[in-house]
Design a protein around this ligand. Structure first.
Ligand SMILES: Cc1cc2nc3c(=O)[nH]c(=O)nc-3n(C[C@H](O)[C@H](O)[C@H](O)COP(=O)(O)OP(=O)(O)OC[C@H]3O[C@@H](n4cnc5c(N)ncnc54)[C@H](O)[C@@H]3O)c2cc1C
Length: 460
């Protein structure tokens, strides 16, 4: 069964207009007050213009006529891409007390999981035991609990049943997860910058100088460590390091929910996704193309479906705002995880997280998952998150260093979250110790991750 093939049970989201609360009607005391923040964080967030009433004048470079002034910012950890992995990386770094900035091209956190509509993260359990926890799991549980959504019965994830893995993915509301992730970032004093992208990444002493542009903004961030969580290794490419891409990539998908009136006489289950061949969100131009093709294909299919007998009253529940991509670029890391290593459950000496998913390569004709042998739980080495030949640069998420087939499994959300947490912790510890993330003693990194709730494999 494909990663995302869900039974056609559809629950439309309904909003009661009477219950819409204006954003500025917060109950007293619910906002973060300036006095709640530590002095160093106040200065940091104030310099970013993110603390109301801080009274600090924004530093601007010389403004050429017709150009936006350039804000000068500083961070210990700069995370680019606030998706599945990047959100967790930033929260982890922020919770460890270092100055953390999270830059996201879109309007909310969660990436493919929220904006892409793949709001059924997996897999946190394998063979009857939990293998991934930590910050991602914390947010997933919160999102399920707040909305009263049941968690799967993970105790059933044993033996052959583990091969029916979609049933062990957690069904969430993506928008709720995004809001909770944002709340966790604010609590960890992560400075959020939506609608921005890097346009240049240059070495700067021990760290990096990253130029950002956004809507009416230009900024230069001097950072000690940098984490690429764009899903496309875009920062790695800007830093001049190699990335890999297949000539033909797996199809992306646009996701939607359709509903029939309960009185209708259904003729088969309803589709929930439409493949978009060659979907590539790595540039604005290719992303525009993927979104247009996805939406136009949806319209064609929806119109055709409504003409079928029994479907005359078919309704759209939700059409996700972006086409989601399964595969674009991967980095060339210090370690490259091969399919054989993944499938044998290799225990790397620098393992920092577990992963579990079948090898799951989609083709235009569909997907046939290749399941792991009973009891196998692969691991993720820190070296696969470090671009080869780089310094103070890490990646987390689907562009992890791996061959194509290992990547088709590692790309799913729970491992992406676990990688994000490991990268965030490694960078924060590197800043605190004055070393590079790769030089942080593994035992220390594992201890810190475990203290933050992560499940960490012991090295080989
Ligand atoms: C159709 C489909 C079905 C799937 N099914 C499942 C499933 O059933 N279960 C499962 O667990 N996983 C599934 N996956 C896989 C999984 O959802 C993704 O691989 C994973 O979410 C990727 O996480 P990420 O953090 O690497 O990237 P993303 O979550 O995509 O995050 C990348 C973020 O970076 C931002 N960004 C990109 N470029 C820039 C830039 N230049 N500057 C600033 N920000 C930038 C993006 O806006 C985005 O928010 C599926 C994927 C797809 C596409």
């Amino acid at each position: 069964m494909p990663d995302d093939f869900l039974p056609a049970k559809v629950e439309p989201a309904e909003i009661n207009p009477a219950e819409i609360v204006s954003a500025d009607c917060k109950p007293a005391g619910s906002t973060t007050r300036l006095s709640d923040l530590s002095a160093s964080r106040r200065t940091f967030l104030g310099a970013l213009g993110l603390v109301p009433g801080s009274g600090l004048v924004l530093a601007a470079g010389p403004a050429d006529a017709g150009n936006l002034p350039v804000r000068q910012l500083a961070a210990d950890v700069l995370v680019i891409g606030g998706g599945t992995a990047g959100t967790i990386a930033a929260i982890q770094a922020g919770r460890l007390g270092v100055r953390t900035v999270l830059v996201e091209a879109g309007s909310q956190l969660g990436g493919t999981m929220t904006t892409g509509g793949v709001d059924f993260p997996g897999l946190f359990w394998a063979w009857g035991r939990q293998i991934i926890a930590g910050i991602g799991w914390e947010l997933v549980q919160q999102a399920a609990e707040l909305n009263g959504d049941p968690l799967p019965d993970f105790s059933l994830s044993v033996g052959e049943a583990q091969h029916r893995h979609p049933r062990f993915q957690v069904r969430l509301r993506g928008g709720l997860y995004a809001a909770l992730a944002e709340e966790a970032c604010l609590a960890a004093e992560v400075a959020l910058r939506y609608y921005e992208c890097p346009v240049a990444v240059k070495p700067d002493g021990e760290g990096w100088l990253v130029e950002l542009v956004g809507k009416g903004t230009r900024a230069e961030v001097r950072c000690r460590t940098l984490i690429d969580c764009t899903g496309n290794a875009s920062v790695v490419a800007l830093a001049g390091l190699p990335r890999l891409r297949e000539q033909e990539t797996q199809p992306g998908s646009i996701l939607f929910t359709l509903t029939r009136p309960t009185t209708a006489n259904p003729t088969g289950s309803l589709p929930r996704q439409q493949y978009v061949l060659g979907a590539d969100p790595s540039t604005s131009e290719t992303h525009t193309d993927a979104n247009i093709r996805g939406r136009q294909a949806f319209l064609k299919m929806f119109r055709a479906l409504r003409k079928q007998p029994g479907n005359e009253e078919l309704k759209l529940g939700d059409l996700r705002p972006e086409t989601a991509a399964r595969e674009t670029y991967r980095i060339v890391g210090e370690t490259i995880i091969s399919r054989e290593e993944y499938e044998s459950g290799k225990r790397y000496p620098d393992a920092v997280a577990y992963a579990y998913y079948p090898v799951d390569l989609h083709t235009p004709g569909g997907v046939r998952p290749q399941h792991l042998k009973e009891g196998t739980v692969p691991t993720i080495p820190l070296g696969a998150l470090v671009p080869r030949g780089s310094r103070n640069l890490m990646v987390a998420g689907r562009c992890i260093s791996s061959d194509r087939l290992a990547n088709s499994a590692l790309r799913v959300q729970a491992p992406c979250m676990a990688m994000g947490q490991a990268a965030g912790a490694a960078c924060a510890l590197a800043v605190q110790r004055g070393s590079t993330p790769a030089a942080v003693p593994l035992e220390r990194l594992r201890q810190v991750l475990a203290k933050q709730g992560a499940i960490v494999p012991a090295g080989a």
